[in-house]
Ligand binder design. Structure first.
Ligand code: ARG
Length: 391
């Protein structure tokens, strides 16, 4: 029996893949692998229902805690963002792909499949993990050059019902929700409110609210003084932030292939946590560490965006980042108000901050000492200016 394991979400692309793998690729047995990284419960339920109808076997894997602990936490430590947006879809893909591989091995499948198109980044992220095995990799949408209209037609012919309100292409996990496709592909089109599900309109936000996040070694561990595990903390922050309209992004993004794409994201918890984390780092890390870490963080983010998490450099960078996070413990307060999350207070036992030294009201530091430093400051520039008489 020819078996194939498919990364299954229950959406249009991956649902169409199931009959295609049988009819077009000649597989007898399709295993639909649903990996729960925090999609809404109704999406998981729907995927299971569809998986049961269409595939020969469906498997659901709860990977929420693993996703948060092994993927999202390192992302927070690395301030992971690409072109200014917080990485969301990209960080979940390797985990999903790895789970599919595991099931495929267990089931004795000879091939791995995903429903990504040949236009986006996700194909590369899945492929890299899949191709690290010696199984065949199948991407029907890409190989058959299918477009959405054709997929809808094929779905209808195979009794797969995709509700008409699902016009946007959504990718959702506990950390971020990305919305693209249809009218949003026109960069001049202003997104209607109904594309958003996690965030209220910023202008409808309630009165300002101050929240406090506790960190231990770069990891968020508490909210308003209450210790919470990662999954709960993120869920709660998504609700807090979402209510205040925090964490909407509308951007033009450079995909790996070079195509520019218009993307919308909602990520309230991610926005709050990265703001808080970065602010705490600025309190405890030295100027040199901060400057160098910025380079490390941006290289880390590029790798994750490209899905290159099996590149040894990824481990090397994580080792450096981990070492910097030993002192990133403490607490940060933020004010949430009408779409904004601003840091208003921070503290840490490792703060490299001396109130006495910096205060305008304190004599601990003799200001006169700075005069000697000042005499050397910009010495060469001053000589150059003197030559040019050009001040
Ligand atoms: N552009 C984003 C990325 O590459 C997200 C793509 C998500 N897919 C979707 N169907 N909305 O990380």
């Amino acid at each position: 029996m020819k078996k194939v394991a498919l990364a299954y979400s229950g959406g249009l692309d991956t649902s169409v893949c199931i009959p295609l793998l049988k009819e077009h690729y000649g597989y007898d047995y399709v295993i639909a692998v649903i990996v729960d990284v925090g999609q809404p419960e109704e999406d998981i339920n729907e995927a299971q229902k569809r998986g049961k109808e269409l595939s020969d076997k469906y498997v659901t894997i709860d990977a929420k805690s693993e996703f948060v602990n092994d993927y999202v936490f390192p992302l927070i430590k690395a301030n992971g963002n690409y072109e200014g947006y917080i990485l969301g879809t990209s960080i979940a893909r390797p985990l999903i792909a790895r789970k599919v591989v595991k099931v495929a091995i267990k089931e004795g499948a000879e091939a791995l499949a995903h429903g990504c198109t040949g236009k986006g980044n996700d194909q590369l992220r899945f492929d890299l993990i899949f191709r690290s095995t010696d199984m065949r990799v199948i991407a029907p949408m890409r190989e058959l050059n299918l477009i959405r209209k054709e997929e809808h037609k094929y779905a209808a012919e195979h009794g797969i019902e995709i509700s008409a309100d699902k016009k946007w292409s959504i990718d959702e996990n506990i950390w971020s929700r990305s919305i693209e496709g249809d009218l949003l592909e026109d960069p001049t089109f202003i997104p209607p409110e109904d594309i958003f599900k996690w965030t209220a309109s910023p202008e409808d936000g309630p009165d300002a609210e101050i929240i406090e996040i506790g960190f231990e070694c770069g990891i968020p561990t508490s909210l308003n003084g209450k210790a919470l595990d990662g999954v709960k903390l993120i869920e709660r922050l998504n609700r807090f932030g979402g209510k205040h309209g925090v964490g909407r992004t509308d951007m033009i993004e450079d995909r790996v292939l070079g195509l520019k794409a218009r993307e919308n994201y909602e990520h309230p918890a991610a926005t709050i946590l990265l703001k808080a984390h970065k602010n705490l780092e600025s309190l405890v890390l030295t100027r040199n560490e901060l400057r160098f870490k910025e380079i490390v963080d941006s290289t880390w983010s590029e790798l994750v965006y490209q899905g290159l998490v099996i590149d040894p450099l990824y481990d090397d960078l994580n080792a450096f980042i981990k070492s910097t996070q030993k002192r990133v413990s403490g607490s940060v307060k933020l004010r949430l108000f009408k779409g904004r999350a601003g840091v208003v207070a921070r503290s840490s036992p490792y703060a490299l901050y001396s109130k006495e030294m910096v205060s305008f009201d304190d004599k601990t530091l003799d200001q006169k000492d700075a005069e000697g430093y000042s005499k050397y400051h910009g010495f060469q520039a001053r000589l150059y200016k003197a030559d040019n008489q050009n001040l």
